[in-house]
Design a protein around this ligand. Sequence first.
Ligand code: MN3
Length: 199
Amino acid sequence: MAFELPALPYAYDALGEFMSAETLEFHHDKHHQAYVTNGNKLLDGSGLEGKSLEDIVRESHGKNAGLFNNAGQHYNHVHFWNWMKPNGGGDKLPGDLASRIDSDLGGFAKFRADFINAGMTQFGSGWCWLAVKNGKLEVMKTANGENPLVSGATPILGCDVWEHSYYIDYRNARPKYLEAWVDNLVNWDYVAELLEAAS
Ligand code: MN3
């Protein structure tokens, strides 16, 4: 199926000081649109045209770098917009998600620190993740357009640490961006929904 740019699920200025309208306009309208446009050009004739987005990501990995980079980033950003919401973040998590973070990751405070650390220590462009692998939650990080799908895991939360995601609002302060993101933006209901689907 051809890739399509989804509309943002909130207004451009809905995330306030934590992610500005200017960042969202560039990030969604220019960067994500470019992954869609270039991905569609590379999908055409690849032999993967009829596949789901997830399968295109998995099956192009290691075989068709151009398609993989754009399809991976399309998948990552489709979810990224939904991983945020106005007045999100914090430590009030839906019940099952909270108990799984307690049992698999040593509690919310440890998860928060490990997730932020994964984003801070991703050298260069990439993502930090909360994913389900073999039935257990794991914190991961990946470079560029990669995501946990390529290591047999299902991502349920991911933060974009490419500079285009934070440089307008936070300049070079990636740790401040990650802290603000977890504490004020995460849509935990969407994370819980993906956890349930992955279980
Ligand atoms: Mn991005």
